[in-house]
Design a protein around this ligand. Sequence first.
Ligand code: EPU
Length: 339
Amino acid sequence: MPEYELLSDYPLLAHNTFGFDVRAKHAVRLTEEAQIAALAQDERLKGQARLVLGGGSNVVLTKDFDGVALLMDLRDRRIIDEDDEAVYIEAGAGENWHEFVAWTLSQSFPGLENLALIPGTVGAAPIQNIGAYGLEMGERFERLRAIELLTGETREFDREACAFGYRDSFFKREGRGRFVIVSVTFRLPKKWTPRADYADIARVLESGAADNSQAIFDAVVAVRQAKLPDWRVLGNAGSFFKNPVISAAAFDALKAQEPEVVSYKQPDGQFKLAAGWLIDRCGWKGRSIGGAAVHDRQALVLVNRGGASGAQILELADAIKRDVHARFGVDLEAEPVCL
Ligand code: EPU
């Protein structure tokens, strides 16, 4: 049976980007797929809850975890296939997302540059279908391999099985808590078309640089660094809420009341609203409850200014939700997984 060390009373402080000081009853550091399959048969862990942690960049840990934390450290990245249209690249779930994106560009395979600097790991990317600046990961996704926690069996998921949506997938719904993603294969088209029309990016790009993937990568990094706090300095989990999508009728009523509301018309006729704008408009930017605060440059990001607990972050989130609902009649939904 493949070996792993079973750690006890393990601190998760370094394993969640909010920097919550909570502990797991047990933890195992996983570097090979066979170890994960073996976990299912481990008598010492029978009946214990599992918590899969990649970079810990999309979880709110509100208390100590009474189970086993799986610390994902499966590494590897390689070009596995190529046809006339695309190159196929597989990466281990534990690979750092940003380093992976930078590596694909260094290998002369553009396509992921808009997703530069997103915190977390390759294995976490499909769970919430990470997206930024006009691109979602699902558009570059080919398939993934996952192991079912209960049985230790390996399963492949294609794009359809992943059922990607806006910050959403099978793994956030029916599949929640049932699988560990061990590797992801991306399909990067050889005919590259830049996505450089997102206003923030277009503003930063030098004129004429929009057809250069490295320039887009650099622009994305610059915009993110200017707006979004670095979790190593100020704990956070990126956007705390999804941008809400409302019907055309609800939008018309809102627009009459708030002519400046920031919105994006969706292909199906509905409207996506900028939650950051709604929160900002309610006066929450920079405000705090204890160490839990609303970031002062982007109201969609909640931060741990030091010593905040997950419960305080949720308390802050609830107060924001109440205000946004009272003023705009819009319900905000948390983006990270709250445990
Ligand atoms: N806005 C404000 N005040 C704020 C924040 C935003 O007025 O405090 C306004 C901005 O001026 C802009 C609009 O709201 O007109 C949108 O803001 P921004 O471009 O910063 O994007 P976002 O909608 O707030 C989303 C993603 C981000 C992603 C950016 C760029 C979600 C939940 N968030 O934010 O993703 O980086 O677009 O594509 O969809 C993440 O998921 O963790 C994340 C950072």
